[in-house]
Ligand binder design. Structure first.
Ligand SMILES: *[C@@H]1O[C@H](CO)[C@@H](O)[C@H](O)[C@H]1NC(C)=O
Ligand SMILES: *[C@@H]1O[C@H](CO)[C@@H](O)[C@H](O)[C@H]1NC(C)=O
Ligand SMILES: *[C@@H]1O[C@H](CO)[C@@H](O)[C@H](O)[C@H]1NC(C)=O
Ligand SMILES: *[C@@H]1O[C@H](CO)[C@@H](O)[C@H](O)[C@H]1NC(C)=O
Ligand SMILES: *[C@@H]1O[C@H](CO)[C@@H](O)[C@H](O)[C@H]1NC(C)=O
Ligand SMILES: *[C@@H]1O[C@H](CO)[C@@H](O)[C@H](O)[C@H]1NC(C)=O
Ligand SMILES: *[C@@H]1O[C@H](CO)[C@@H](O)[C@H](O)[C@H]1NC(C)=O
Ligand SMILES: *[C@@H]1O[C@H](CO)[C@@H](O)[C@H](O)[C@H]1NC(C)=O
Length: 760
């Protein structure tokens, strides 16, 4: 039941809609004048608009006279005095009429009926050639249509025309159902502008040779409105009863063109203001301009369309708009508080709200953009940070961070007085050095570059960045950190921490402001400021430290690279030993260590060089060279000097042996009677330190004690003076020639690394 109900509702809705739409369409037409005043506007169901009229007074001229026959119910209009019945007249220029059918009938070869009507139209009416066709129906039929047609041009001509078609068939069974193609029905078109139509209908055999010869058999012919007519086989018999068929005619107000017609205003057909004229193939017609409706052939026939009342959808203002009808047009304006053009939109228009809306849109746009930006940035930085973290972790592991942490932990557990090594982050050190700015470089050496850095707490530090990290020596690197973390001595450059997150490890030291001892000794100006006292103090402090490393530290430490470059001086010329890169911790039960020979040429212990057995006496030798350097101000190794003077150690010993000590002393050391003995004693210490045989060298403890005593008891040096002369001078040649081929000489630092098989 439900579907039916729905269908019924739908149907009712549809009907109502159709009706209301129909009303709409009819509305304007009914309101306008269509006939002349005091003239009947219709005949029966047919509207008769001017120029047509049912009396001569009501029609424009005779040609448009419509005779209304009130004998019919409803009354029927006919075209003039003809028998052409009118079914509708449109102001657009068409006239629908009914016209008679031509008929030609036979029975047994004898004609029974031959009705051949013809259509003659007034000159302003023509048969519409596109809407109509000439059709003949029959089985023994030929039909001819002929007449005159109008040829419009510069001169109007009436030309004859003749055309026709033939339809044959043996029986009704031969006829195709609904096709008009020559069997039972034929069709042809008529020329444009046909004015009178004469139909000639005939048969070849009077139907005597068809199967239908004994029945009443007819042929029919007519010009018909194609839209109204579609052939059916049944027409062969049924058309007999039909009398008339629809025909479409065109009408014009005048045969001339608009241009010609406009010349004589009394005869010009478009009487109304606001009317237009259109040329057509059969003359000219009139119409109301856009925005007007009515009958253009009547004076004041074209009336303004009140679009504001008219409910046609194509002229309608939108909701909330005011419609103002104007002559020929209309305007739509939005109500106050609404904005828009009135034709397509009217939106509530609160200015504040509008501004708010704009702000809202801008805000939302910015917000969204910002959010996208932030999300993108965040995820990007998160990605970067993650990548950095992974890299850092990797570097930390590669740089032995884990080992170090482990070792430090063990150390902490083992002994309580271990210095803590700070682990710095890469960012911290980057910030401290202004991203390793070139301007911050304070030193460059074989191991890498040293930068001056400022930590957050304004603490000045020196940051050593290795050039490359030899992965195989990570243990050693860790050792260095550990060694330094073990030492807590005022004459050591303090290691504050390290950073293992970077590709190469970074070491952070306290910053020593005054440069290296080497700089002070070999720079003329600075050297002049280095008094003997300072030199001896530096020597004593260095010796003290080494003594501490060798004897007091546990396990003992061998520095392995004592040289003037590695001794830094602070403002008050306090010695600070640095660069424990090569240092070794000596296991408790061992006094000597097989290692890869490492050290700096000129400072390198010749015995160690030969045996590659590292003992603390190697440091004693190196210290001896530094001591000589302090006394003489000469470089430990200088290839520019004559051969016998190249190695400072050798040259010093030979000079002292020859008694030329005072000749080779630094010019800045003022020699007087007061310090001559002291100098001699120091020279003796140096001599002993430089002993080729390690066992014959004094320990650092002894050296330190002597130097300490010397600097305290400056004046008692004379006593020891005699001893010095007793000291044997065991000064051999090293028995070893430095050759660039056998020793790798690092061009910057003169670091030599001599690979001894099985040395480690
Ligand atoms: C006009 O029509 C009415 C009926 O609708 C008719 O009685 C009257 O005679 C007609 N007038 C003319 C002039 O035909
Ligand atoms: C009206 O039609 C009838 C019947 O066809 C006819 O007899 C009569 O003459 C017609 N009247 C006019 C005025 O044509
Ligand atoms: C019709 O045809 C028949 C023979 O088929 C013939 O006898 C008769 O005369 C014809 N009728 C006419 C009117 O020609
Ligand atoms: C013939 O009728 C068609 C369709 O109704 C129309 O478009 C055309 O303008 C008419 N021809 C003339 C000459 O009026
Ligand atoms: C056909 O029309 C022409 C021109 O209007 C006219 O001269 C002629 O007599 C008409 N023919 C018939 C048979 O009425
Ligand atoms: C054709 O016109 C006649 C008469 O006006 C009408 O009875 C018939 O229904 C129409 N046929 C079609 C298919 O429109
Ligand atoms: C206009 O036409 C009328 C009627 O046919 C005629 O009397 C008049 O002389 C014409 N005027 C002109 C200017 O051709
Ligand atoms: C409507 O339009 C007319 C003429 O265009 C004008 O004079 C009149 O003020 C308008 N009325 C309104 C309500 O806009």
């Amino acid at each position: 039941m439900a579907p039916n109900y729905v269908m019924i509702v739908a149907l009712i809705t549809f009907i109502c809609f159709s009706l209301s739409f129909g009303d709409d369409a009819m509305l304007p037409t009914n309101n306008y004048l269509i006939a002349k005043p005091n003239c009947n506007e219709s005949c029966g169901d047919v509207n008769i608009p001017f120029p047509f009229g049912i009396t001569p007074d009501c029609a424009l001229r005779n040609q448009f006279l419509v005779i209304c026959n009130y004998s019919f119910h409803p009354p029927q209009p006919f075209l003039g005095n003809s028998r052409i019945e009118i079914t509708s007249i449109s102001l657009a220029g068409q006239l629908k009429v009914l016209q008679f059918i031509s008929r030609d009938c036979y029975r047994a070869g004898i004609s029974t009926d031959n009705n051949q009507p013809f259509i003659v139209l007034p000159s302003l009416l023509t048969v519409n050639n596109t809407a109509n066709s000439f059709i003949a129906v029959g089985c023994d039929t030929y039909a001819i249509v002929q007449g005159y047609y109008t040829k419009f041009g510069t001169k109007i001509e009436y030309l004859p025309y003749i055309t026709g078609c033939m339809s044959m068939c043996n029986s009704i069974d031969d006829v195709g159902h609904d096709t008009c193609s020559g069997v039972g029905c034929c069709k042809t078109s008529i020329p444009k502008g046909a004015r009178n139509v004469t139909i000639t209908l005939s048969s070849y055999y009077n139907y005597n040779d068809t199967d239908m010869k004994n029945d009443l058999s007819c042929s029919y012919a007519f010009v018909v409105d194609q839209a109204n007519f579609s052939f059916s086989k049944t027409y062969l018999s049924s058309l007999q009863k039909a009398e008339k068929l629809p025909l479409v005619l065109d009408w014009a107000i005048g045969e001339e063109t608009c241009e010609v017609a406009k010349i004589n205003s009394t005869t010009y057909g478009c009487k109304s203001k606001n009317s237009d004229c259109q040329d057509n193939s059969n003359g000219y017609r009139c119409s109301c301009m856009q925005g007007y409706d009515g009958n253009p052939y009547l004076k004041d026939g074209c009336q303004d369309i009140n679009e504001c009342v008219d409910r046609k959808p194509d002229y309608r203002c939108v909701k909330n708009a005011i419609c103002n009808n104007t002559d020929g047009s209309y305007t739509c304006t939005c109500h106050p508080d609404f904005s828009g053009d009135g034709y397509t939109e009217c939106n509530r228009d609160n200015p504040q709200r509008k501004i708010q809306n704009i702000y809202l849109v801008i805000g939302v746009t910015i917000g969204v953009a910002l959010m996208v930006f932030i999300i993108f940035g965040w995820s990007y930085t998160a990605f970067q940070r993650r990548r950095m973290l992974i890299m850092k972790k990797k570097f930390f592991q590669e740089n032995g961070g884990l080992v170090l942490l482990q070792r430090l932990k063990v150390g902490e557990e083992g002994s309580s007085n271990t210095n803590t090594v700070n682990i710095f982050t890469a960012e911290e050190l980057q910030r401290a050095t202004n991203d390793f700015d070139k301007d911050r470089v304070v030193g460059q050496g074989g191991y890498g570059t040293v930068y001056k850095g400022y930590l957050k707490d304004n603490c000045i530090v020196a940051i050593k960045k290795s050039k490359v990290i030899d992965r195989n020596q990570i243990e050693q690197f860790i050792n260095e950190v550990l060694v330094l973390s073990q030492i807590n001595h005022r004459n050591v450059v303090k290691l504050l921490g390290c950073c293992l997150e970077t590709e190469v490890p970074l070491l952070v030291y306290e910053f020593i402001s005054n440069g290296t001892l080497s700089e002070h000794l070999h720079d003329k100006l600075k050297a002049s400021a280095l008094s003997l006292d300072i030199r001896l103090r530096v020597a004593a402090e260095t010796a003290g430290l080494l003594s501490y490393l060798h004897s007091a530290a546990y396990p003992p430490i061998i520095h392995r690279d004592i040289k003037s470059v590695n001794i830094l001086l602070d403002k008050s010329y306090t010695a600070k030993v640095s660069d424990f890169g090569a240092s070794r911790l000596v296991p408790a039960n061992q006094t000597e260590l097989s290692t890869l020979v490492q050290g700096t040429l000129g400072y390198l212990d010749p015995e160690y060089l030969q045996t590659s057995q590292l003992t603390e006496k190697s440091d004693v030798y190196s210290f001896g060279v530094v001591l000589v350097e302090l006394l003489t101000g000469r470089k430990a190794l200088c290839f520019q000097r004559p051969e016998e003077e190249r190695s400072l150690a050798q040259y010093f010993i030979s000079s002292v042996e020859k008694g030329h000590l005072f000749d080779i002393l630094d010019d800045n050391i003022v020699c007087d009677e007061g310090n001559a003995g002291q100098l001699k004693n120091v020279a003796v210490i140096a001599q002993r330190c430089l002993n080729v045989k390690g066992d014959d060298r004094p320990t650092m403890k002894e050296v330190a004690a002597e130097l300490e005593a010397g600097s305290k008891l400056k004046h008692s040096w004379a006593q020891i003076d005699q001893q010095s002369e007793e000291i044997e001078s065991l000064l051999p040649g090293f028995g070893y020639e430095y050759s660039e081929h056998s020793i790798h000489v690092d061009s910057i630092t003169n670091h030599a690394t001599i690979p001894f098989p099985g040395g480690r």
